[in-house]
Design a protein around this ligand. Sequence first.
Ligand code: NIG
Length: 430
Amino acid sequence: MTSTAAPHAWLIENARLLTLAPKAGEHGARRGARLRDLSIIARGWVACEGDRIVAVGEGEPSDRSSAAAGTRRINALGKVVMPAFVDCHTHACWAGNRYDEYSMRLAGREYLDILAAGGGIMSTVRAVRESSTEALAATLTQHLQRMRSKGTGAIEVKSGYGLSEAAELKMLDAISMVANGAPGTLAPIIPTFLGAHAIPADNERWPEQCIAMLPTVVARFGAVQCDAFCERSAWTPQQCQELFKAARALGMPCTAHVDQFNALGFLTQALTLGVRSVAHLEATTQAELAAAAVSNTIGIFLPGSGMHLDLRFAPARRFIAQGGAPAIATNCNPGSSPVYSMPLIVALATRFLGLTHEESITAATFNAAAALGLDAECGAICEGYRSDLLILPTDDERALAYEYGSAEPETVILGGQFVVGSDSLRSTLA
Ligand code: NIG
């Protein structure tokens, strides 16, 4: 994939715009009927300067929006233009592969049994420990390029395959290296500290060591998100609670992998601790789901895992019906969700989570941005937001949900830079 610098001033016209623009006074993730309102301008334009949107309008572009010297115009020919996807839950930094594990699972072994026997996440931990920072950064860059070619702009990337102080810091170094250099600079990369991903069999003191390294994480990388995998063979509710109390005291927003296989009761505790989001929820009880739905915590649903592991899917429809704020994400990782494509996740969300196509698009853009604290600049097409934009090969956005595995943007522009598109469009922008 090559990228070409876009001209400073540019605009897309003759577009069916899914703006997802916030209403006056509206803040944070959307719920209820707002999830189904994509704020569509049936024929409109969007004017940009570099990596920012400067104006959006209906009909023909205003003289003011196209007056800047050298403004390049892209005719969308009536096709859908929408904000780039935001992938708010990924483990996209890893080393090695898990092909053997997939063969084991095809032969009947279960994901948690493989983890308990020292495989699964722990096999990726061994590969990451043997990798250099540079090698991890190079592999992450390859993963990112695949994700961006499918229309992903801002993205969250977790550590969690180091599980020692040195290896966790190495992962965060690799993620920061990519975030701060090309092609990371095309759109935000949000690092998350997931030292609480598992407990190595040879180090039962890892939970206390992991909690003790939080100040070092904050000193080196700022108050990044802190995540934990609360599950049998991973971290207990008690250990997660201690971790999150320490993280909150350092100003780190918290997010948790909760109830993926077993409901251990941590969801209620996580809500009490005020976590920003909870992910998975496949095994969540009705009572805990109802409590999550009326809280300020965003529910992140990951249908790629059910698709790859066991065809169990979270009760996202009920969560929405009870007033919850949903986001969806790839959960891109080598063990439970080897998928790079947000369009595929939108399609799976309509089939297996019970979302409508509008709800899926909102959950994959604006609400996903809110899950990362980015909803003031990503996930919508409005003045001041990032110029991370997609042109779909269709004038009907329902194609994103209707097709699966093949519905992809024909043009991806991130931070005002042309990432994917036809040769004729490329030359228009060059
Ligand atoms: O969210 N379940 C915990 N973490 C990931 C899987 C990581 C892996 O298997 O490597 C998840 O599904």
